[in-house]
Design a protein around this ligand. Structure first.
Ligand SMILES: [Mg+2]
Length: 258
């Protein structure tokens, strides 16, 4: 099996290194990742300048582009072989609820799925930001990913991926299949005056989880709930953001007018 690993935290991030190390027993692992952090880049592609992949060591490349660029290049000519699986992460920080819209980790996984290969996005969800800088916090999560892939990934339809969040806890409680939850409004931006007297603004933290009821026939919990209770959260997500209920209603309304 040839596994492509990308991320949005950059090629030297501890999460991607731990992941590569854990997955090597499963096959050839190739890391292609941004040369520096590109969190929040979603599925952005770089179209206004050329991309220059640099090989750091065998099977590890840094790219002066976005997470999706890395996957796009890797699956469209950078290599003379095909990949069987794309794994994005392990992100430093959760990608829960509305985070999915902004996440470069998720964007890289979607890019892989668009290229017809199974893809998963993996994030470490912990309360302590400093822990995200420590390699040891990723080891257990990376081992979990290894086990999950080794068991055989569930087969998803085209344009679907799994968004996985692993809580940064001493002992995982297990795993839960979850739905994508919601966040409340983001925290206010902070504003400062720069050393030259100009006003600058810094986008702040995302909002807290919104408490929601269980959903579906078997009362499924949200991704937030799973992680808050020590479970790995596994959410199937899709590129098609159409709301088919509203689509049908609107279509009926507009058809009448016509
Ligand atoms: Mg990130």
């Amino acid at each position: 099996m040839n596994i492509l690993i990308a991320n949005d935290d950059g090629v030297f991030a501890p999460g991607i290194q731990a992941l590569a190390q854990a997955l090597r027993p499963l096959g050839r692992v190739v890391v292609v990742a941004p040369e520096s952090e590109r969190s929040g880049f979603s599925s952005a592609l770089t179209l206004d300048r050329p991309l220059r992949p640099v090989q750091i060591v065998p099977d590890m490349w840094a790219v002066n582009g976005t997470p999706a660029d890395c996957v796009y290049l890797s699956m469209n000519g950078l290599f003379d072989f095909e990949f069987d699986l794309v794994v994005s992460g392990i992100n430093s920080g959760a990608n829960l609820g509305d985070d999915v819209l902004y996440s470069g980790t998720v964007g890289a996984a979607f890019e892989g799925r668009l290229m017809k290969q199974p893809a998963i996005a993996v994030s470490l969800a912990g309360p302590n930001v400093r822990a995200y800088e420590s390699p040891e916090h990723y080891a257990a999560a990376a081992q979990w990913v290894h086990g999950f892939i080794a068991k055989g990934l569930p087969v998803l339809p085209a344009r679907h991926i799994l968004n996985i969040n692993i809580p940064d806890v001493p002992a995982l409680q297990g795993e839960k299949i979850t739905y994508q939850g919601r966040r409340s409004q983001s925290k206010p931006i902070t504003s400062h005056v720069d050393p030259r007297g100009r006003q600058v603004y810094w986008i702040g933290l995302s909002g807290e989880a919104v408490a929601e009821p269980k959903k579906g026939a078997t009362a499924i919990e949200s991704d937030f709930f799973a992680v808050a209770n020590g479970f790995v959260s596994i959410t199937p997500i899709q590129m098609d953001a159409t709301n088919y209920g509203i689509l049908n209603n609107l279509h009926a309304q507009f058809s009448k007018k016509a």
